[in-house]
Design a protein around this ligand. Structure first.
Ligand code: SAM
Length: 231
């Protein structure tokens, strides 16, 4: 395989580090994970540009900066158990797996989940579990999680995900009334039934489709998940 480590270092320096992400573990993980393995055929020339790229099923692999930003918001630590909703290409799960103890990642499209699983196996990343399903319901048998990162935008923060956070756990999720006009929220579980919320600004993600997300048919009736006490 072509050695693209120089292009990768450049991407991390220019698009991630210089834009304000200074966590050494994130930068090191992004220098390690070969992003070119995660892009669709035909896009191998572009893995180190700072933009989202198309993958199968009309979905996208998120831009490197936003992957780094969400991981920084989630404050990942070495011993953490992390849930990702929206495996997509598998790139973000791969990066997180270089930082934490175990990553559980759910994707609603079986084909994407299977391709990601094969990529993890080929790379020898054996601390990632992949499941096909509706991630808005979380992964109850692996809960509680230290962090949950949702890579698609929903109408609210799903209750199931909030409840699967450990106390002190962080949920990072794009939320908005329009599927492509969202705010990036961090919901922290501060106690058994208490949560705090911070807003990290506007973002654009593909819609989170599921029981506690948007309906599949495109109708945008509101299904509000978040109803816990907030400070
Ligand atoms: N993290 C991915 C990566 O690094 O390539 C990018 C994810 S892409 C922006 C969002 C993904 O969320 C899509 O693959 C989409 O199919 C998936 N998705 C949307 N709703 C979902 C749900 N309820 N459960 C699981 N996956 C979902």
């Amino acid at each position: 395989m072509l050695d693209l480590s120089h292009a990768r270092d450049r991407m991390v320096d220019i698009h991630v580090s210089r834009r304000g992400i200074h966590d050494r573990n994130i930068l090191e993980a992004m220098r390690q994970v070969p992003r070119e393995v995660f892009v669709a055929p035909g896009y191998e020339e572009f893995p180190y540009e700072d933009g989202p790229l198309p993958i199968a099923e009309g979905q996208t692999i998120s831009q490197p900066y936003i992957v780094a930003f969400m991981i920084e918001m989630a404050e990942l630590g070495a011993g953490d158990q992390v849930l990702e909703v929206g495996t997509g290409s598998g790139y973000a799960a791969a990066v997180m797996s270089r930082i934490v103890e175990r990553v559980y990642t759910i994707e609603r499209h079986a084909g994407l989940a299977e391709t990601a699983r094969q990529r993890f196996e080929e790379l020898g990343y054996d601390n990632i579990e992949v499941r096909t399903g509706d991630g808005t319901k979380g992964w109850p048998d692996a809960a509680p999680f230290d962090a949950i990162v949702v890579a698609a935008g929903g109408p609210g923060a799903p209750l199931a995900l909030q409840e699967q956070l450990d106390v002190g756990g962080r949920l990072v999720i794009p939320v908005g009334d329009e599927p492509h006009d969202q705010r990036l929220l961090k919901v922290t579980r501060t106690g058994a039934a208490t949560y705090s919320e911070e807003d990290f600004g506007g973002v654009r993600f593909v819609p989170l489709i599921g029981e506690q997300g948007w309906p599949e048919n495109g109708s945008r009736s509101k299904i509000r998940g978040a109803s816990h006490d907030r400070s």
